[in-house]
Ligand binder design. Sequence first.
Ligand code: CA
Length: 225
Amino acid sequence: MKILVVEDEPEMMGLIKQFLEDENYVVEEASDFQSGLDKIISYDYDCILLDIMLPDGNGLDLLQELKNMDKADSVIIISAKDSLNDKIKGLDLGADDYLAKPFHIAELNSRIKSVIRRKKSDGFRLLKLENVSINIEERLVQVNGQLIDLNRKEFDILVFLMTNKSRIVSKSALAENIWGDYIDQSNDFDFIYSQIKNLRKKLRNYKADVDINTVYGMGYKLSIK
Ligand code: CA
């Protein structure tokens, strides 16, 4: 799960980032309007935490840009400016939620989980395909009702493939979504290959009806046995 934090106060940014990373999210930062805009143009996020008052612009304009681009990223506005007007405007523009500063960090976490859950699994906690089911919130995977032990990256890869099950997923899309955009510079996708290999082996060991196919030169796709 990849989260963009658009926030100009370094202390607040540091706090949020540390907390979310501890919760296993991939976190990227933008400390002003322009870098936030650059990020949302170039990448997709599971959730964007958006401050309204930025040194070089307004977070609501960033939200407007996102909607103009027809992007589906979930947005939670986090604003010190606790005005009803901003809240209404933000929700009208399509923000998924609004949280006034100061907030308790645990509250932020539960809001994030709830917007991601709503979007990722159409409101269901479970992601199911054949005999494989994933509880996204608890990070548990079962095959035929049997728990299977996946590492963090294997879990994220499986969720990403399952939510894109009818598509071929490119290695760069996987790298971007699972590892974050800092990996862009790398032309070497060996690290993906080894995770896929292990994940595939585990799925087969547990006799999953779902397998991961390599589409030569393009990427990976889930197949049903
Ligand atoms: Ca601010």
